[in-house]
Design a protein around this ligand. Sequence first.
Ligand SMILES: Cc1ncc(COP(=O)(O)O)c(C=O)c1O
Length: 457
Amino acid sequence: MNSQINELDLLKTLDRDHVWHHLTPGAAARKGLPMFVRGEGLRLWDSEGREYLDASAGGVWVTNVGYGRTEIADAVREQLAQLNFFAGSMGNAPAAAFAEKLLDKMPGMSRVYYSNSGSEANEKAFKMVRQIAHKHHGGRKSKILYRERDYHGTTLAALSATGQAERRAQFGPFVPGFVEVPHCCEYRTQYPESNDYGIRAADAIEEVILREGPETVGAIILEPITAGGGIITPPEGYWPRVREICDRYDILLIMDEVVCGVGRTGKWFGYQHYPVQPDIVTMAKGLASGYAAISCTVTTERVFDLLQEEAGDTLGYFRDISTFGGCLAGPAAALANMKILEEEGLVENSQRMGEYLLAGLHALKEKHPVIGDVRGKGLFAGLELVQDRMTKTPVDESVAIAIAGACKQMGVLIGRTNRSFEGFNNILNFSPALTATAEQIDQILTTLDKAISQVCG
Ligand SMILES: Cc1ncc(COP(=O)(O)O)c(C=O)c1O
């Protein structure tokens, strides 16, 4: 026991001195951070022996089937022992089997391109759009639209397609050809005169297309429900209008399901809540719940066909590779992950428990004036905190930090907007594993209630 403690202390020192932590200011990291050492279901234990209920699915919406799933670990171990890797230019059994299972959940989609992060899946989509522009539109139609408040990843093109000013700050210059369209958060309406916000917000996209020239725009990338930008559920009528606009100008619709995909919102994919059919769908996080690094860019057969070699054009097929897109651990884990989701009815549980969670958050809104808005679908919910409900002035970021900190002190981990937008880092978010029970949701709500009382009085 003692030697175990000493080893942990040593590792914590090594961590403090050598690891450059994601999204963490150096001053905080230099004090030394606790380590998480074990997980089971929604529960986590840290190096100090403290237990937590994780309502953030691993901090960033990943662990959809929960921690400690030995059946996924076993599936990965078996696959790696048999064959761990060959480049994705060749076939392999788990990739083929998983593609079939995945496409079965996505009517209208037909090809799966493997890589290993959400950013990379989006980069693949962007490269497809750019190559289609070269092959079929004389190099025009290369612009890609993205929406204010959406996030699409950390690599430079994905960040160039991200509508979050603080995320982008100090990382420019950006990749050319990415153009922003207005957000669709009804609570923060830009069109107070309109009584059909969904249509108005979608029409704002058309205005940008007309301004840029439709012949220059190849695609638009959107999150079905905006995640890191503040759990923004789209307004009524938005999606069919977006599709209509895309069709009118021959623009590909890329759906970023990196967070929403694979059950998070109470359906297999977030877009399936709405009458809209995408051309390209990207996904990562919950695809294998963090048991392996895997992402997919899924396309229609039409997109696939647009990127095939023609006579005399030896460069005319999609000449792209992701080295670790050929690692067999990813699809092996994703297959085992999907088996659990199906056998345990977790997508349905996400929908049922999501309604329970949302009802609880609405009840807290009745009690705490600091809660300005409650949004979400499935086990994917957010609270927008305001100083005053009439003016909707956001609280300072420090309030959201304090509430999340108080929850953590009481053993519950929740999420929050993290240095994303100036003045609007005022959103708390909740995304427990899809196995969450009513008792666990109650613990999240009770803890949040106490934390808000503690911080806001
Ligand atoms: C909607 C969305 N797209 C893409 C990404 C990027 O994924 P990754 O961090 O795996 O590159 C994220 C990450 O949070 C995301 O929220």
